[in-house]
Design a protein around this ligand. Structure first.
Ligand SMILES: [Zn+2]
Length: 462
């Protein structure tokens, strides 16, 4: 038998530690680890590189500012260059899922360079009634936005495929809807992703800050205080405990939110926690301008240190990017209040964690793999197909060069966004080659794959 491909001489990150072997790949799967070189069609020399399971970005917004058939091309290209092999879309549908989900799925099919999966946002009771239908279409996780309501209920939904019109909407998340979603999700065996900020506290904070003519990222953080996260966390967890629902808190970046979660965990709530690279690298003290405006806001440098610390204490399960594919013309306005929240980050996820985490000894490679791949695969029903380098798993492999130094530039990733918050940062540690199901999508930091290769990942229920 001749295998499709062999990766030679890399240091392989396995669940049991580092292994020095060749990786034999056939039919999209890892079939063997060898010391010799069997018959293979393709040989990849990976001497000096580390092979890790391809990253799973748990939290990606694309299809909001450009339609999904275009956004999937631009953003999954950036994903591949950043070593991400599965991207999880945060779908916000402003319609019924029964009438509009199929069009979104169809438009996604021919445009991804890497594999993808979807979380379905539930905004109201009628969408909550469609949760079973949604799971029958391979989407087995749901999202709740606790920050939407009152005067701060404005949101951009995902565009309709084929259209380039922004889809503006207003959402009022009712407690009854929260209850229904948590109950249904428990019944279906799906986790619920929660954006935890109390909309009433944010509404009030923003009003006050504007009255006092405040501006800038410190004011933005003050207007949406960590206490609003804690309040929302408490509220959701109380209901989740009633039904036994697993709650996954997205983008946790403040010490107060972390403490609130720890307390709920002690009460027996099934809780999982995601943080994002920006909460590990940016603070309102250091960032000027409005580019780093995001919800929840970036916090103080002391919060930043606490998040690193929480990682080593195993209080954090995953690192997702909260990538938003938007552009400067919409992003930056006259003040922080009218500027758009969110920024791109899928391409820099791995380089940031290698440079600021691994190469500065804040995390080791085993932790990196767990936080960016293995845990996500387990939580979202993709393990052991994804998230691990072992026999019979998908050959989703990222080869990293820990010594490579390169400056960040938006141009390099070629995504929809014309900026990046890390522009000009000199990062040490970059992905060199990205493979999805045995085929190269990037090689030596160049895209060699094709849009349409990426597939919707089949997920099992928890
Ligand atoms: Zn998000």
């Amino acid at each position: 038998m001749t295998a499709d491909c062999i990766i030679l001489d890399s240091h392989i990150m396995t669940p049991k530690g580092v292994m020095e072997r060749n990786i034999v790949i056939d039919d999209g799967k890892i079939v063997d680890f060898t010391t010799d070189i069997p018959q293979c069609d393709k040989k990849i020399n990976a001497r000096g590189l580390v092979a890790i399971p391809g990253l799973i970005d748990t939290h990606v917004h694309y299809g909001v500012y450009s339609p999904i058939e275009e956004a999937a091309k631009t953003e999954s290209r950036a994903a591949a260059l950043g070593g991400v092999t599965t991207m999880m879309r945060m779908l916000r549908l402003g319609h019924s899922y029964k009438t509009h989900l199929q069009a979104q799925l169809a438009a996604s099919k021919s445009s991804h360079y890497v594999d993808y999966s979807i979380h379905a946002t539930i905004f109201d009771a009628s969408q909550a009634d469609e949760m079973k239908y949604i799971t029958e279409n391979g989407i087995t996780s749901f999202k709740l936005y606790m920050n939407l309501g009152g005067e701060v209920g404005h949101v951009y939904m995902d565009m309709d495929p084929g259209s380039s019109d922004l889809f503006e909407s207003h959402v009022q998340l009712e407690t009854d809807t929260i209850r229904k979603v948590l109950a249904n999700a428990a019944h279906l065996g799906c986790p619920v992703l929660v954006h935890a900020e109390d909309y009433q506290m944010c509404e009030c904070g923003i009003k006050k800050a504007k009255e006092n003519k405040k501006d800038g990222l410190p004011a933005w953080s003050e207007s949406r205080p960590p206490d609003s996260e804690a309040k929302s966390i408490k509220k959701v967890c109380e209901i989740a405990r009633e039904y036994g629902t697993t709650v996954y808190f997205v983008h946790i970046g403040s010490a107060v939110a972390l403490d609130a979660i720890e307390q709920e965990r002690k009460k027996g709530t099934k809780v999982l926690v995601e943080t994002c690279p920006h909460y590990l690298t940016l603070s309102y003290e250091k960032q000027s301008g409005y580019l780093a405006k995001v919800m929840p806001p970036i916090r103080s440098s002391s919060d930043k240190e606490k998040i690193w610390n929480a990682i080593s204490q195993k209080q954090i399960n995953t690192i997702g990017t909260d990538h938003v594919a938007n552009q400067l013309k919409l992003k930056v306005r006259d003040d922080v209040w009218s500027s758009l929240a969110g920024f791109p980050g899928i391409g820099t996820l791995l380089p940031i964690l290698l440079s600021e985490g691994v190469n500065k000894n804040r995390i080791n490679l085993t932790q990196l793999v767990e936080l960016t791949s293995t845990n996500a695969a387990k939580i979202f029903g993709m393990f052991p197909q994804k998230g691990v380098l072992q026999k019979n798993s998908d050959a989703d492999i990222t080869l990293i060069n820990l010594k490579k130094e390169q400056k960040v530039s938006a141009d390099f990733f070629g995504a929809f966004s014309d900026y990046i918050v890390y522009e000009g940062w000199n990062l040490k540690g970059w992905p060199q080659t990205t493979m999805v199901r045995g085929n190269l999508v990037t090689e030596n930091m160049q895209v060699v794959g094709k849009p349409g290769y990426g597939q919707l990942v089949k997920r099992s229920l928890g």
